[in-house]
Design a protein around this ligand. Structure first.
Ligand SMILES: C[S@@+](CC[C@H](N)C(=O)[O-])C[C@H]1O[C@@H](n2cnc3c(N)ncnc32)[C@H](O)[C@@H]1O
Length: 188
């Protein structure tokens, strides 16, 4: 079973088809959960992710995409993600680092691009961006050793997206974790 936390409209769903998981989504938004069902989620629950409505060690994989930077206490959420993950299971989060570079790229530039398709102004609050060292410490305290990997949008895809010639932009690896990053780990 795979739990996608703060799943929104379930954009992750189509990427999971055929992988053999029963996919469960949690979000606060009922409208988004309805969309997630249409994107292939098998079941959804409307709940606050600081108190997930699931028993300990229920899931083989827990994912949290673009969610930690939207909650006031991301570290409490990380504790919850680790709690519902079974030993040997995989945790995957992606979020934004609490750095000046991230603030410049994710807010000053991205939210003010004079192009369609940019994130609306106010999408991000830099005060919620996530401290990487603390994220690692908190996950470790809950039994998950996270490895951080820097990611960025594929430049060519980004240009085609802005020109409205592409609907999705691939993310690719980059050395720096100072802006967007993935945290991946296994629970012992
Ligand atoms: C930027 S969207 C990310 C959606 C999805 N994970 C994705 O990558 O496309 C953030 C989502 O977090 C949800 N959210 C924010 N705070 C939440 C909370 N405390 N509990 C549950 N969902 C929350 C919002 O409703 C929204 O759908």
């Amino acid at each position: 079973m795979l739990l996608d936390v703060a799943c929104g409209g379930g954009l992750f769903g189509p990427h999971l088809v055929g992988k053999g998981y029963r996919v469960i989504g949690v979000d606060l938004s009922a409208a988004s959960l309805c969309e997630a069902r249409h994107h292939g989620f098998h079941a959804v629950a409307q709940a606050d992710i600081v108190a997930l409505p699931f028993a300990d060690e229920s899931f083989d994989v827990v994912t949290a995409g673009q969610c930690l930077e939207h909650v006031p206490d991301p570290f409490a959420v990380v504790g919850e993600l680790c709690r519902v993950l079974r030993p040997g299971g995989t945790l995957i989060v992606d979020t934004i680092a609490d750095t000046r570079a991230a603030r410049l790229v994710s807010i000053t530039i991205a939210e003010n691009l004079p192009v369609p398709g940019r994130p609306p102004r106010g999408t991000h609050d830099h005060r919620l961006f996530v401290n990487r060292a603390r994220l690692i410490r908190v996950a470790r305290a809950h039994g998950v050793e996270l490895q951080l990997l820097g990611v960025r949008p594929h430049f060519g895809d980004g240009i085609r997206f802005l020109a409205r010639r592409l609907e999705e932009v691939r993310m690719v690896r980059t050395k720096s974790t100072a802006v967007l990053f993935l945290g991946v780990g296994t629970k012992w």
